[in-house]
Every structure is written in structure tokens, then in C-alpha cells.
Design a protein around this ligand. Structure first.
Ligand code: SF4
Length: 297
């Protein structure tokens, strides 16, 4: 386990923009990765997790299909190529590339083509750079998407819940995907990682931690990242909680609580998770990380 909790990690470092569609990954769990965004500014995701740093999912699926203006995969690939060359010439290759960006990358209409071309670019320019994808798994039943995810160096499955009810209440998928189907397909990915975010409270997910453990154990992932969820307006939520006698619906975990979950994981699965304690502020008055990158330009 890696503790990302020294004084320095609390000091925000000014982000540097690479291109409009690529930037260093903002989440500490993926520090050191070149993040590749397949969308424009609006969040595009078929789930609506309470801790999402991109804010509420406001695009419904039908509108999403109608109005999504994807980034042309040729544009993305040429920018990725240019960035890989730039890094090769200035201080060595990116250790990893994370295809995630503003939402669920597999919803990009030419996702499979983009993956193919990014892998090719990596092969030609920076063979040491790992290509990774972060997905919530909502499109794993599409055979082409699954196949593309089997081709990358690591497919990270965002899995926060242990039950069908948890999926509905916590991750709030817009489609009718079930956990059983999602996990069934995820098992077909050999180079699989799991990244999970935890929140306490009546509407949180830690009360189904044992079921989550069972699911992860069946997936046999090569790596697991456990992180704490940050809530937008967490100050307001805390004030409301202190002022109320009702138990809070969603509660952020302390670092000790997160590590105690990680110890339970380690005891049960005999595998060390990477624990990443997120100290970023996600108040609604703050721009999202993507906008920060834009400002840094
Ligand atoms: S799956 Fe990821 S992008 Fe989608 S709502 Fe959840 S955290 Fe946000």
C-alpha cells in the first residue's frame, strides 16, 4: 500500500496543459499518467456516482446519443503522437497513458478505432509507455469494446458496489446494465485492474463492502486501487450533519477508515491494494480539473 499523505501532497501543484484533449491525470491514483480525453468539455457518462469529480451527469442517454459531439479520433491520435514525440525528446517517455477524460471513454463512437491507433502510436514512438483505459464497464457487453479493452496494457474497471441494488442506488446507471452482466464480461479481461471509491453514510457504499470483496475476488484483478470519495460542497454537508440528528446520507471517509477497509481487503484477498487518499477539494465553486488545465494554458 502506498500512503499518499505527506504534507507536500496537500499542496496543489499548478497543472500544465498538454493539449485540449490530453493532460496529466488529475487523480493522485494515476499520478504520472498522460490522460487522454475523447470528449469535448461536457461530461459524457452513463452513470452518476455521488463522488464524481466531473459533477452531476446531466446528459440523458437519448440526448447523449443525439447531441454528443465527439472529438475526432484522428485529432486525438495526432495530438497523442505529438505529445509522445515531445516527451521522448524532453526528459523521456510518459510511463503510462490513461484513456479516460471527461466521463466514460467507451461511449465515444470511435472508441475502438482510437484505441487501435493509440496502441499503434505507442508502438512506433514510445514502446515503453503503457496504454491504460479507465471504464465503468457499462459497455462491456459490446463485443468490439470488450476486445479493445483486452488489447490494452491495463483496463481499469471502476467498481464501487457489491450488489445490484448498490449499483442502482450508488452508481445510478442510465442504462439497464446489471452488475451480474458487467462482472461476467469483466472476467474476460486478463489485464484487469479495479479502482474503487468509498463513501460512508446511509446512501454510501461501505455497508456492502463484503459483497464488493466477493466480487473483486471473483475478478482476480492484477491491481486494485482503493480511494476515498470527495463530495461536492463537503463543508455544507458536514454543517448539515452537525446541525441534524438524522444520520447523514453520504459521508466522506477519514484516511484511517479508508486504510482499515484496505486492511480488510488485504486479509481476505491476500493482495495489497494501492490506497490513494484523495485530499482534493471538490466544492462547486471551484472549476473542475479540466478547466484548471485550460486556465493554465
Ligand atoms: S463512472 Fe466515473 S465519470 Fe461516470 S459518474 Fe462515475 S465517477 Fe463520474
Amino acid at each position: 500500500m502506498i500512503r499518499k499523505h505527506d504534507q507536500q501532497s496537500r499542496i496543489p501543484t499548478p497543472p500544465t496543459l498538454v493539449t485540449e484533449f490530453t493532460a496529466p491525470a488529475s487523480h493522485p491514483a494515476f499520478a504520472g499518467a498522460l490522460e487522454v480525453n475523447l470528449f469535448r468539455n461536457e461530461k459524457v457518462c452513463g452513470m452518476n456516482c455521488p463522488h464524481c469529480s466531473l459533477g452531476e451527469t446531466t446528459l440523458r442517454l437519448a440526448r447523449l446519443k443525439r447531441e454528443l459531439i465527439p472529438v475526432n479520433s484522428q485529432d486525438v491520435v495526432s495530438k497523442v503522437r505529438a505529445e509522445l514525440v515531445r516527451r521522448e525528446l524532453n526528459g523521456g517517455p510518459w510511463p503510462r497513458m490513461l484513456i479516460s477524460g471527461r466521463g466514460e471513454p467507451t461511449l465515444a463512437p470511435d472508441f475502438t478505432d482510437a484505441i487501435k491507433q493509440i496502441i499503434q502510436a505507442r508502438h512506433e514512438i514510445a514502446p515503453g509507455t503503457e496504454v491504460e483505459v479507465l471504464t465503468n464497464g457499462e459497455r462491456l457487453s459490446d463485443r468490439d469494446i470488450l476486445e479493445a479493452l483486452r488489447q490494452v496494457d491495463r483496463a481499469w474497471l471502476k467498481l464501487d458496489v457489491g450488489t445490484e441494488l448498490g449499483l442502482k442506488r450508488f452508481s445510478k446507471p442510465l442504462s439497464r446494465i446489471t452488475l451480474e452482466i458487467l462482472l461476467g464480461h469483466a472476467r474476460k479481461i486478463d489485464k484487469l485492474g479495479v479502482v474503487s471509491t468509498f463513501l460512508g453514510g446511509a446512501r454510501g457504499n461501505i455497508h456492502e463492502f463484503d459483497e464488493w470483496l466477493e466480487n473483486v475476488s471473483l475478478l482476480s484483478p492484477q491491481q486494485v486501487i482503493m480511494t476515498n470519495g470527495r463530495l461536492r460542497n463537503s463543508g455544507d454537508i458536514l454543517d448539515a450533519k452537525l446541525a441534524s440528528t438524522e444520520p447523514a446520507e453520504l459521508v466522506e471517509l477519514t484516511e484511517d477508515e479508508l486504510f482499515s477497509l484496505a486492511h480488510r481487503f488485504e486479509r481476505k484477498l491476500k493482495q495489497k491494494p494501492l490506497v490513494s487518499f484523495d485530499v482534493r477539494s471538490l466544492s462547486t465553486s471551484e472549476p473542475t480539473t479540466f478547466e484548471l488545465y485550460t486556465k493554465a494554458r
